[in-house]
Design a protein around this ligand. Structure first.
Ligand code: 4NP
Length: 152
């Protein structure tokens, strides 16, 4: 299974989600692959935000190898599951979906964390370090459940 994590800039939320998921996949010995992308192209080619790198490193996960790229219509063919961090990301993804079958592969990340009070992962870019910690905790819950949901 190929899983794509999507946010706006691909430098905060989706690389953090990719790092968390990749770590869980490796520890569980699953044959899943991950990637992440942004619906905006402002940060293409950049490493994740330093606050995201630091926050993840505090939790023992290195995401400094990741580089931002722009989400593209062909991602609907290249991946089995496409997880958007917020509703605006999902709307922008669906707007360029090549066909109706593709749209069914896309959903909100927090759909996998139904007991969490928030349905969207808040953008931590304009806030402080505590926002990154909140994102880390939300994504850990959602990614853990997602793997359980997909394994059936
Ligand atoms: P992300 O955060 O979507 O979680 O990567 C953002 C990063 C950069 C910007 C917006 C959100 N920006 O406007 O540059």
């Amino acid at each position: 299974m190929k899983i794509l994590l999507v946010c706006l800039g691909n430098i905060c939320r989706s690389p953090m989600a990719e790092g968390i998921l990749r770590d869980m996949i490796q520890k569980q010995g699953l044959a899943y692959t991950t990637d992440s992308a942004g619906t905006g192209d402002y940060h293409v080619g950049e490493v994740p935000d330093q606050r995201a790198i630091r926050s993840m490193r505090d939790h023992g996960i290195d995401i400094s190898d990741l580089r931002a790229r722009h989400f593209r219509p062909s991602d609907f063919h290249g991946f089995d599951v496409l997880l958007a961090m917020d509703k605006s990301n999902l709307t922008n993804m669906l707007a360029i979906a090549p066909d109706e079958a593709s749209k069914k592969k896309a959903r909100l990340m927090m759909d996998h964390a139904p007991l969490h009070p928030l349905r969207e992962v808040p953008d931590p870019y304009f806030g402080g370090d505590e926002g990154f910690e909140q994102v880390y905790r939300m994504l850990t819950e959602a990614c853990s459940n997602m793997l359980k949901d997909e394994k059936g």
